[in-house]
Design a protein around this ligand. Structure first.
Ligand code: SAH
Ligand code: SF4
Length: 385
């Protein structure tokens, strides 16, 4: 997953008169904002907020006009002082296998990529970003080469879901048989370094009278920020995914430098204590397959040992190379042998099939490609001018 920054255009965009955008506010913020704007009396705020909430998050409307059970004068008053708007989709790509990728401009110079990955049947997962850039420097991750620009707000995280729903034509929010059935925080950034906004976004996304994607279908992936794990579980009740990638501290420190601060034993203790952990609510362990680095059968056995007693699923991720990366993806046979060890220990189909490769919608690849495309577009404009 990646993010493209193009600060050169920031200056060219005039800042529009800023009316508050109701679209990504929590229920409490929405009620308070309506009162502050003077469009609703305090005693009516909660009721009016619920009404707008349903229009915005269940029906997906972006115009007050469409809110037919709101009085005409109120609709006009609302439109005067606030908006319901989506960020601009700068680029949209659809892969042969149905994977979709959007480049979304949140603000001048702040662009985020979001990917929809279809699963079996109609279901599919949306991979969302929580930060622009990342402060951690995992050596196999392209995001890790980019400095943190800023945390995304809750509204910007929710907007990624709304944009995907718009494009998939999935409003009003269906009760079942959904195309966008799951959300994974596996895009850019470390969600546990932006927990307040991630938790607020999950509250909005999971709200039953709106987008209504259940917390059990929302997975937060972390490189292992141990002190935040308990809070994550208590505040969001989301499913947990841990980017493990190695079974001993020496190697994990090289791959995920955060391991120096929170070594494997401490991480495992915190995972065992994750609120709500059970056989029906397992932790997913992500393990990126790096040729000759972490892919031996002995390491597969060590992984099985390490996870003993933890209700767990394992996701083997074929490494996605990026220009300048120092690793290669393990051979397919090596990945299969690694998976066979895990299978024998009772972990079913742990290999994550690469999706959307033709549109470079895989982790660590997006940023470079969109930067390349945009650089070539810029050159064309320069040549034409
Ligand atoms: N920061 C969080 C979530 C974003 S990364 C985390 O690290 O968990 C989501 C997943 O993609 C992580 O498991 C990460 O290790 C993996 N990933 C990053 N770069 C990759 C690459 N080039 N190839 C394969 N997986 C990668
Ligand atoms: Fe950040 Fe996750 Fe990439 Fe590590 S793998 S650099 S934590 S986005």
């Amino acid at each position: 997953m990646g993010v493209t920054l193009d600060l050169s255009r920031a200056a060219a965009q005039p800042l529009a008169a800023q009316k508050p955008n109701l679209s990504g506010m929590t229920r409490a913020e929405l009620a308070a904002c309506l009162v502050e704007l003077g469009v609703v009396r305090p005693e009516k705020a909660k009721m009016r907020a619920s009404q707008l909430w349903r229009w915005m998050h269940h029906y997906g409307v972006v115009e007050f006009e469409k809110m037919t059970d709101v009085a005409k004068e109120t609709r006009a008053a609302l439109a005067e002082v606030c908006t319901i708007s989506r960020p601009e989709v700068v680029e949209r790509q659809v892969s042969k296998d149905g994977t979709r990728k959007w480049l979304i401009r949140m603000a001048p110079g702040i662009e985020v990529e979001t990917v929809y990955i279809p699963d079996v049947g109609r279901a599919g997962a949306l991979c969302v970003s929580s930060q622009v850039g990342c402060t951690l420097n995992c050596t196999f991750c392209h995001t890790g080469t980019q400095a943190l620009v800023r945390n995304l707000t809750a509204a910007e995280i929710v907007a990624q879901v709304q944009v995907a729903r718009d494009d998939l034509g999935e409003w009003p929010s269906p009760k079942e048989d959904r195309r966008l059935s799951n959300i994974v925080f596996m895009g850019m950034g470390e969600p546990l370094y932006n927990l307040d906004n991630v938790a607020a976004a999950i509250d909005i996304i999971a709200d039953n009278e709106g987008i209504a994607i259940s917390r059990r279908r929302i997975t937060v992936s972390t490189s292992g920020v141990v002190p935040q794990l308990k809070d994550l579980g208590e505040r969001t009740q989301a499913m947990l995914a841990i980017s493990l990638h190695a079974t001993n501290d020496e190697l994990r420190e090289k791959l995920v430098p955060l391991n120096r601060k929170y070594p494997i034993a401490e991480l495992m203790d915190a995972i065992r204590a994750y609120p709500g952990l059970s056989n029906s609510k397992r932790v997913t362990f992500e393990y990126v397959m790096l040729k000759g680095v972490n892919d031996s059968p002995a390491e597969a056995k060590a992984l099985v040992q390490l996870l003993k007693g933890i209700p767990a699923k394992i996701n083997l991720i074929p490494f996605n190379p990026w220009p300048g990366s120092e690793y290669q993806c393990s051979d397919w046979g090596t990945i299969e042998r690694f998976a066979a060890v895990l299978n024998r220990a009772g972990y079913a189909s742990p290999i994550r099939t690469p999706r959307g490769r033709d549109i470079l919608a895989a982790c660590g690849q997006l940023k470079s490609e969109s930067e390349k495309l945009r650089a070539s577009a810029r050159r064309k404009i320069e040549q034409a001018g």
